[in-house]
Ligand binder design. Structure first.
Ligand SMILES: N[C@@H](CCC(=O)N[C@@H](CS)C(=O)NCC(=O)O)C(=O)O
Length: 213
C-alpha cells in the first residue's frame, strides 16, 4: 500500500492513525501542499480532487477521501474495528467524524483560506478570525455531544474509533493555529489520552518522513 499525504495535513493524519491502529505498513509519498504539488498535473492524474490523502493499493487501485479510505480499511482489515457495527454506536461515531470532516475542516482548508486571502483580499488577522470562529463553532458542538454521549478515555469508550481519528488531527491543527481550546474539557481529555498512545504517536506530523519544523 502507498499513501500520498503531507505531514501537516489533518486529513492525512486521520488515515495515518487508522493505519497505525490496524498495524498496517505502507509506503509514504510526501505531497508538499506548501509548494502546491497537489495541484500538479502529475498528481491530479492520480487524484482528480487535487487533495491528500490518497491510498494506492498494490494493484493500482487508488482511493481518495479520508473517511472513505478509513471505511475501506475497516472493511478490509476489521481488527480493530474503527466504525462500530451496532447501528446507534456507528451513527454516534459518524456524527462526530462528520461534524469535524464536513462542518469544520472544509471551510478552514488550505485552498479556502488561500481564496479568502488571495482573491477576496482579507488580512492575516481576518483569516485567523475566520479560522478560530469555525473551530469554536465546531468543537463546541463536538464537546457538547461528547459530554452527552461519550464515555471512557476515548470519544466512545475504552478503544479508539473513527471519531478519535478525526478529533486528534483537528485539535492538533487548531492548537498549531493558536486556538485556545482548554474550555473544551472532554475534547482535550480525549486528545491528551490519544497523544499518549503509540499508534497516535507514530501517525503524528513530527514523526513523518516529510516533516519540516
Ligand atoms: N474531504 C477530503 C478533504 C481532503 C483535503 O482537502 N485535504 C487537504 C489537506 S488537509 C488538502 O489536500 N488541501 C489542499 C488544498 O487545499 O489545496 C478528505 O477528507 O480527504
Amino acid at each position: 500500500m502507498q499513501l500520498y499525504n503531507f505531514f501537516n495535513s489533518s486529513t492525512s493524519y486521520r488515515v495515518r492513525i487508522a493505519l497505525a491502529l490496524k498495524g498496517l505498513d505502507y509506503e509514504h509519498h510526501g505531497v508538499n501542499l506548501r509548494a502546491g504539488e497537489q495541484r500538479s498535473a502529475e498528481y491530479r492524474a492520480l487524484n482528480p480532487a487535487g487533495s491528500v490523502p490518497l491510498l494506492v493499493e498494490e494493484d493500482g487501485t487508488a482511493l481518495g477521501q479520508s473517511l472513505a479510505i478509513i471505511d475501506y480499511l475497516d472493511a478490509r482489515h476489521p481488527e480493530p474495528r474503527l466504525i462500530p457495527e451496532d447501528a446507534l454506536a456507528r451513527a454516534r461515531v459518524l456524527e462526530i467524524a462528520n461534524l469535524i470532516a464536513c462542518d469544520i475542516h472544509p471551510i478552514n482548508n488550505l485552498r479556502v483560506l488561500g481564496y479568502l486571502q488571495k482573491v477576496l483580499g482579507v488580512t492575516d488577522e481576518q483569516k485567523s478570525a475566520w479560522y478560530r470562529h469555525w473551530v469554536a463553532e465546531g468543537l463546541g458542538a463536538v464537546e457538547a455531544l461528547l459530554v452527552r454521549h461519550g464515555r471512557g478515555p476515548y470519544c466512545f469508550g475504552e478503544t479508539p474509533t473513527l471519531a478519535d481519528c478525526c478529533l486528534v488531527p483537528q485539535v492538533a491543527n487548531a492548537l498549531r493555529m493558536g486556538c485556545e481550546l482548554e474550555s473544551y474539557e472532554r475534547v482535550m481529555s480525549v486528545y491528551r489520552h490519544c497523544q499518549a498512545q503509540p499508534a497516535f504517536q507514530k501517525a503524528a506530523p513530527n514523526n513523518q518522513p516529510d516533516y519540516v519544523a
